[in-house]
Design a protein around this ligand. Structure first.
Ligand SMILES: CC(C)(COP(=O)(O)OP(=O)(O)OC[C@H]1O[C@@H](n2cnc3c(N)ncnc32)[C@H](O)[C@@H]1OP(=O)(O)O)[C@@H](O)C(=O)NCCC(=O)NCCS
Length: 356
């Protein structure tokens, strides 16, 4: 399990962007395709609608506007980026990587570019990698993109999966900074649970009856999700010496309102600090957390000095949390000051090493 970095270099997010395709599919529309209802979907998942990519759109087409927006916010151009990571399970194609395609379209000619696969946790893994590359001096400006076009790998006659997912992408620019920024990470994987959420016929493993669509054991994934969202959040907070009371903005993976509610209650985070947009986008996999960050930025919740906790979980089975002090945009009102000391501290080393 990856834990805290040990670096004096502070690293933070300096630009943020998101994109979801125009086409909205409501629960009512889905109930014409499979035997389901708006009532069932809302009660079990909290999802009301999701966005679906047009036939002409591949993942890089969703990533491109998100990336442009993030670069613009950071005040830089594609050519200034030297590291580009795209977290996804639905690349344009197996190779070349979507990140190489995106780098070309952004004019990021000097960037090392690669895709990263960690299911719905991909964006958290990619953030940690970018942090490590920048803190270690290997890169100076990273563009981290998370996105998926899950609609392409869903069985549209399977009501147990088709109601849950949507398409979307988000991007952040990550740069060294005067102040932290990222404070701690906690990532993990349990491959033993892999077959609870998988796409078995998608690679080099031969199956008797290959399948091109997502297969999921909903109940097992639900149990896993409710457990790791809490455990990972508690672990990352403990590593930084913070508590849930310090958290200003909680951005959980947007899979299901019931999963988020469960984690929020167990952690004891007041609901007004929780970012939820799964009702409008469904589960967009690697796009979920950056899309939620973009929403929180737009509604004014992400302000300078705010302590932000993000936790993702998904196929692998994987999970990952990041704790960061938000350093962009307007300052938080003086009634809610940032905790002194925490804004400037680099990630502290976990006691006894990185493993937890
Ligand atoms: C999928 C999920 C919403 C199902 O909710 P649930 O309360 O666990 O429901 P169950 O699986 O117990 O199914 C209850 C019944 O509803 C049925 N059902 C499943 N999908 C349905 C749908 N879309 N509409 C209507 N009925 C549905 C089932 O067939 C089952 O019927 P049965 O009892 O006759 O077999 C829930 O398990 C879940 O959210 N799991 C996590 C999934 C997830 O987040 N995956 C991505 C992680 S990154």
């Amino acid at each position: 399990m990856i834990g805290n970095g040990r670096s004096d270099v502070h690293v933070t997010i300096t630009g943020l962007g998101a994109y979801a395709p125009e086409r909205v599919i409501t629960n009512a529309e889905l109930s014409q395709l499979v035997e389901t209802s708006d009532e069932w979907i809302v009660e079990r998942t909290g999802i009301r609608e999701r966005r679906i990519a047009a036939d002409s759109q591949a993942l890089s087409d969703l990533c491109l506007p998100a990336a442009h927006q993030a670069l613009e916010q950071a005040g830089i151009e594609g050519k200034d980026v030297d590291l580009l990571i795209v977290a996804t399970v639905t690349p344009d194609m197996m190779f070349p990587s979507t990140s190489a395609i995106l780098a070309d379209r952004l004019g990021a000619t000097d960037a090392a570019a690669y895709d990263l696969s960690a299911g719905c946790t991909g964006f958290m893994y990619a953030l940690a990698q970018a942090y490590g590359m920048l803190a270690g001096g290997l890169a100076r400006r990273a563009l981290v993109v998370g996105g998926d076009v899950l609609s392409r790998i869903l069985d549209w006659s399977d009501r147990s999966t088709v109601v849950l997912f949507g398409d979307g992408a988000g991007a952040v620019v990550v740069e060294p900074s005067e102040e932290a920024g990222f404070l701690a990470f906690e990532l993990g994987a349990d491959g033993a649970g892999g077959e609870h959420l998988w796409l078995p016929g998608s690679g080099s493993r031969r199956f008797e009856d290959p399948d091109r669509f997502v297969k999921m054991n909903g109940r097992e994934v639900f149990r896993f999700a409710t457990r790791v969202l809490v455990q990972s959040a508690e672990a990352v907070l403990e590593r930084e010496g913070s508590t849930v009371d310090d958290v200003d903005v909680y951005v959980p993976h947007q899979a299901n309102v019931r999963i988020i509610d469960h984690a929020t209650k167990k952690l004891g985070i007041p609901s007004d600090r929780v970012v939820i947009n799964v009702d409008r986008y469904g589960n967009t996999s690697s796009g979920s957390i950056p899309l939620a960050l973009a929403d929180a930025q737009e509604d004014g919740r992400l302000r300078q000095g705010k302590l932000v906790l993000m936790t993702g979980m998904g196929a692998g089975l994987t999970w990952g949390s990041a704790l960061m002090r938000w350093t962009m945009g307007l300052e938080a009102p003086s009634a809610e000051p940032a905790t002194p000391g925490q804004t400037t501290r680099p990630p502290a080393a976990a006691e006894g090493g990185a493993a937890a």
